[in-house]
Design a protein. Structure first.
Length: 277
């Protein structure tokens, strides 16, 4: 018997990259996984790709925007259908937005990034907890980022949002420990996913990532998926309220250097001066 057999799990943002890797890692150990996201074609393709691996577990999909509370409720209940219960959630859905110095950021876009990452995760916590309690406990994994720990200049709301997720996991772990529900966060570094393709591999920004990573490379989605599997499984039964890095040691140094993305702005503007009208 595989160690996750009979476990109902939901992975948000499960159609690509880290989310898909998490879903595959859970299914590889027998879990009945439901992935959700906003793009049906992407979800269908992910289910087909994971199914082609002939894993012990199962994977199904449901459309869901995690900022829509009704859709989150529907996705949570869909995740209970294969096994009759919900034992795990990997809240991976998130993303960034406008980059630039704070005094030039668009306020609405900033709020949108916070809403997607922080409120999207909070809605998952809100509606997972009663189902997990009814199941006798469970494991909830929030997805942070190296940007929530070491400074990422000009990343706008993203570092703030990811730090907020870490705080949420700590507080939820304290609140719901008596119900047997564990909450932990994963803090990936540079992971080679579709979301990171905007960084040229022959440019200064990529070089700064490598320079500040002791292992001298970038991570793969499976590196994060394997940790998610551990945090969901019984091997981590005594771990809660933690944030674990998957970053090749990047957190030991400093954040990347994105100055090259803002060459159109002079130093004075980058450091607080308003641009000329």
């Amino acid at each position: 018997m595989t160690s996750l057999e009979g476990l109902g799990a939901l992975v948000t943002g499960g159609g690509t990259g880290i989310g898909k890797a998490c879903a595959a890692a859970l299914a590889a150990d027998g879990a009945a996984v439901t992935i959700c996201g906003r793009t049906e074609a992407t979800l269908e393709r992910a289910v087909d790709e994971i199914a082609a691996l002939s894993l012990p577990g199962t994977v199904q999909w449901i459309g869901c925007d995690v900022t829509d509370e009704d859709q989150v409720v529907t996705a949570m209940h869909a995740a209970t259908e294969p096994t009759g219960s919900l034992g795990a959630v990997v809240a991976n859905a998130g993303g960034g937005g406008g980059m630039g110095p704070y005094h030039l950021l668009d306020t609405e876009e900033y709020i949108s990034v916070l809403h997607l990452n922080v409120m999207g995760t909070m809605l998952c916590v809100k509606h997972a907890v009663p189902l997990m309690r009814a199941n006798g406990g469970g494991s909830f994994v929030g997805m942070s980022s190296i940007a929530g720990h070491v400074t990422h200049q000009w990343f706008g709301a993203y570092p703030v949002a990811k730090a907020g997720i870490e705080a949420m996991m700590r507080n939820a772990a304290d609140e719901f420990g008596p119900a047997g529900i564990r909450f932990n966060a994963i803090r990936p570094g540079f992971i080679a996913t579709e979301l990171m393709e905007f960084i040229p591999r022959d440019g200064e920004v990529y070089a700064s990532y490598i320079e500040n990573t002791p292992l001298g490379d970038v991570g793969q989605p499976d590196d994060v998926g394997r940790l998610a599997r551990f945090l969901v499984g019984p091997e981590s039964r005594w771990i809660t309220g933690q944030c674990i890095n998957v970053d090749g040691g990047h957190s030991l140094r400093r954040g990347p250097q994105f100055t090259a993305f803002f060459e159109r702005l002079c130093d004075d503007v980058l450091h607080g001066q308003l641009p000329d009208a």
